[in-house]
Design a binder for this molecule. Structure first.
Ligand SMILES: Cc1cc2nc3c(=O)[nH]c(=O)nc-3n(C[C@H](O)[C@H](O)[C@H](O)COP(=O)(O)O)c2cc1C
Length: 233
């Protein structure tokens, strides 16, 4: 756990639980975590790790299509045990991961199946979602699953990729397959990079500061505006 300059009375204990397949969620979380530590809170970050590592990129169009089908069917991805510290009580839990075929990712589904009630009962949980652009069904379903475990969900952070359709869908699909669409002469005009932009990383840092400040001041987390046009493109 790391902490800095906050009167101890206002210092909160925060758990960040995260899964990231292609590094996008991790990038956003680095910013959020940094801002929470800067605000003086105690943060424990725990990666959700599949028992058998998933390969990014998948390596071919066929293997990418297979992954799309299994994720659409909500296949669980078995995960390793979390460290015992995660079973403690926290002032806030951030549960972060990507959207997979309109659902939470397989490792997060496995986590909720296996540890949901013991991990989330009585906790305040803030879902953090990284996606290409289609997050509503994911957030709705995840919120319901967490509420059934006994968590309360006052707010959420969603970040979508900042490219227009159909380029971001084509770009994400090719990137997951192992291609580099941002270098293809016909595509790169419309698809300059994979994933979130630098401005979105800065927005994630700002969200972390807002959250850190709200926790210090006892402000209800539901009053923070995370649905900005920079985050959700
Ligand atoms: C198998 C798979 C399915 C996906 N399905 C969706 C989807 O339904 N909606 C969406 O907006 N993004 C979808 N994406 C894109 C990811 O959510 C997006 O690239 C995200 O930023 C990845 O975060 P990560 O790098 O932390 O894994 C999918 C990605 C993968 C690998």
């Amino acid at each position: 756990m790391a902490a800095t300059n906050c009167p101890t009375g206002n210092q909160k204990k925060i758990l960040i639980l995260s899964y990231s397949f292609s590094g996008q969620t991790s990038g956003l979380l680095r910013q959020i975590q940094g801002a929470l530590i800067e605000a003086g809170h105690q943060v424990h970050k725990e990666r959700i790790t599949p028992c058998r590592p998933l390969k990014f990129p998948t390596g071919s169009i066929i293997s990418c299509l297979k992954m799309m089908v299994t994720t659409f069917l909500r296949f669980r991805v078995p995960i390793q045990e979390l460290s015992p510290i995660c079973q403690q009580s926290f002032d806030l839990v951030l549960l972060a991961g990507p959207t997979w075929s309109y659902n939470p990712s397989g490792p997060i589904l496995a986590l909720i199946d296996r540890d949901g009630p013991s991990l989330f009962k009585g906790q305040v949980v803030l879902p953090v979602i990284s996606c290409r652009g289609y997050w509503r069904v994911h957030l709705f379903g995840l919120t319901r699953m967490l509420q059934r475990c006994g968590a309360s969900i006052p707010n959420s952070m969603v970040f979508s990729h900042p490219h227009k359709e159909p380029w971001r869908t084509i770009g994400v699909f090719l990137k997951i397959s192992g291609k580099s669409p941002e270098r293809w002469p016909l595509l790169r005009r419309y698809y300059s990079h994979f994933g979130h932009s630098r401005e979105q990383q800065e927005e994630a840092c700002r969200f972390g500061s807002l959250l850190g400040q709200a926790l210090r001041q006892g402000q209800p987390l539901s009053t923070i505006d995370f649905a900005t046009s920079l985050a959700i493109f």
